[in-house]
Ligand binder design. Structure first.
Ligand code: SAM
Length: 274
């Protein structure tokens, strides 16, 4: 169904369904088949894929052709009849109306992807990148995450300590995943074209996660406290969040440092004393 990537076909399809693009829902649909293929090729028949924001189904169809099963969650009810048409014949896809930021990801993976390798794959709407990736890091249920995000956001997600962009989302992801940028995507690959370029990033779950299941809530609490007021020293930032700064001395971390200098292992040392 290569016409799925032809702007004229998409415009006629959407017009027929009375659909107009919503900026607030980050609706920029892919019109470049090669970008879609290079994203979808990271899943195979063993995978159970959660797709967030299927739009008119540009990525959903190639995912369905490769994966064992696809669950696609779309927030815009106006797209359901469009997807009914473009996904006709895709027996292994179920489309659901919903807000992806509110999903219980672990429950979804258990209920939908038993016996499959759970993967998250999406061209993410820009405004939900942070909550979706925080939820995914927290849930830890996806073996692989392949998402398209704004290019600057992709670079930020992969920063390491010492970089001023090191913050909550990269620190939560680094607790369980290792990531890399797969390729960048120019704005002309979308309808309508956005004002920024994009990049596709892939995260693989670590065989030995830095932070274990039971420790994750305390780890997240420390990370959030450390970055809540970035200009403050660690000592003041932890105090402001009700965490005793004495812990820093106990675990051998300089209290005058700022959160952006700390490794995931450092946050974990503090978390283990809570
Ligand atoms: N996957 C399609 C593509 O690549 O052409 C569309 C991607 S478009 C960037 C983002 C999609 O996410 C839109 O269909 C939009 O309606 C949907 N969306 C926006 N916010 C959402 C949310 N909170 N939960 C689920 N879907 C959402």
């Amino acid at each position: 169904m290569n016409e799925l990537y032809e702007p004229q076909y998409i415009e006629a399809l959407l017009r027929r369904h009375g659909f107009t693009f919503s900026k607030s829902l980050g609706q920029n649909f892919l019109v470049e088949a090669s970008v879609v293929e290079r994203t979808a090729e990271h899943v195979d028949a063993r995978c159970g894929v959660l797709e967030i924001g299927p739009g008119h189904g540009a990525l959903t169809r190639p995912l369905a052709a490769r994966a064992g099963k696809v669950v696609a969650v779309e927030a815009d009810a106006r797209l359901l009849p469009v997807l009914g048409e473009t996904l006709a014949g895709c027996e292994n896809v179920s489309v659901r109306l919903g807000d992806a930021t509110k999903l219980d990801l672990r429950a979804l993976c258990e209920a939908e992807f038993a016996g499959l390798v759970p993967c998250l794959c999406a061209n993410l709407p820009y405004n939900v990148t942070t909550p979706v990736l925080e939820n995914a890091a927290r849930a830890g249920c996806f073996r692989r995450i392949v998402v398209m995000v704004q290019k600057e956001a992709a670079q930020r997600l992969l920063t390491r300590p010492g970089d001023e962009r090191w913050g909550v989302v990269p620190a939560l992801l680094a607790a369980r995943y290792t990531g890399r940028i797969l390729f960048t995507v120019g704005r002309s690959s979308f309808l309508p074209p956005p004002h920024v370029d994009s990049a596709v990033v892939a995260f693989e779950r670590l065989a030995e996660p830095v932070v274990g299941e039971a420790e994750f809530p305390a780890y997240e609490r420390v990370v959030r406290a450390a970055f809540a007021q970035r200009r403050k020293t660690l000592s003041n930032a932890l105090s402001a969040a009700g965490i005793s700064p004495d812990i820093l001395g106990e675990v051998g971390i300089d209290p005058r440092l700022r959160g952006e200098r700390l490794l995931p292992e450092d946050f974990l040392k503090i978390a283990r004393r809570l």
